[in-house]
Design a protein around this ligand. Structure first.
Ligand SMILES: CC(C)(COP(=O)(O)OP(=O)(O)OC[C@H]1O[C@@H](n2cnc3c(N)ncnc32)[C@H](O)[C@@H]1O)[C@@H](O)C(=O)NCCC(=O)NCCS
Ligand SMILES: Nc1ncnc2c1ncn2[C@@H]1O[C@H](COP(=O)(O)OP(=O)(O)OP(=O)(O)O)[C@@H](O)[C@H]1O
Length: 202
């Protein structure tokens, strides 16, 4: 039986930073953000549904979805966010399930699923353990503004569209505190994986 770890956190809390370290251990990471991008590619079912609801003006000149524009809409309007989630999430779930099946068939004993909205989308029953990447809100805000060149307002809209990290912290099986250096984060990750029975020397 493979162990499925759900890696979660908030926007810009450090999930990708942690998942890169995990990938370097030759462990398969299935990334919900990547699957969500693929699910809205030209010609996909979700792509058409997005145009039907949000209109042609949501497209760039090359016909692909204008993600910045869609983001502006959905991070400032809960109703529109729910519509988009209803279109994209079913496709993401089936894509992730297919990848998980593939990894299990290859005999992999540990699989990590990076799912930012694990709690919000009630997907906790699709994983065996929940690993949360935590940062204080002010650091989260600063890192998000720096990484995406967002204004404080744009960054706050995104943070506030998710369950507060403090609440998620109470619901996780293990927490990595990513307020410090990457080295400190790496050490915490290795300790948790060892505790959870990872055989590899880390
Ligand atoms: C709104 C979109 C077009 C913005 O794209 P953009 O390239 O700017 O951001 P990206 O996709 O890289 O997401 C960055 C982060 O935003 C957060 N986020 C994305 N969508 C949502 C959402 N619906 N609700 C809350 N937070 C979200 C996540 O923490 C994610 O890691 C895109 O995020 C999207 O299609 N979202 C809906 C699908 C979704 O829920 N994806 C998240 C995981 S399945
Ligand atoms: N310990 C750290 N020290 C300094 N910077 C960090 C640390 N961890 C992550 N960062 C930086 O903070 C930003 C957010 O990290 P990362 O992209 O890993 O977050 P994420 O949770 O995957 O975000 P998203 O939900 O948007 O996909 C990045 O620019 C990253 O380089």
């Amino acid at each position: 039986m493979a162990m499925i770890i759900g890696l979660t956190g908030g926007i810009a809390s450090g999930k990708s930073t942690v998942s890169e370290i995990i990938k370097n251990l030759d462990i398969t990471v299935i990334d919900a953000d990547i699957e969500a991008r693929l699910a809205v590619g030209k010609g996909e079912e979700a792509y058409q549904k997005i145009i039907n609801h949000f209109g042609q003006s949501i497209l760039l000149n090359d016909g692909t979805i204008n993600r910045a524009k869609l983001g502006e809409i959905i991070f400032n309007n809960e109703q529109e966010r729910n519509v988009l989630n209803g279109i994209v999430h079913p496709a993401v779930r089936s894509r992730m399930a297919a990848k998980q099946e593939e990894a299990i068939n290859k005999g992999e004993s540990l699989i990590v699923k990076d799912i930012p909205l694990l709690f919000e989308s009630k997907l906790t029953n699709t994983v065996d353990r929940i690993l949360l990447v935590y940062v204080d809100e002010e650091i989260q805000l600063q890192r998000l503004m720096n990484r995406n060149q967002y204004t404080r307002e744009e960054a706050l809209a995104r943070i506030q569209s998710q369950m507060p990290l403090k609440e998620k912290k109470e619901l996780a099986d293990a927490v990595i505190d990513n307020n410090g250096s990457i080295e400190q984060t790496e050490r915490q990750l290795f300790n948790i994986l060892k505790e959870w029975g990872l055989k590899k020397e880390v």
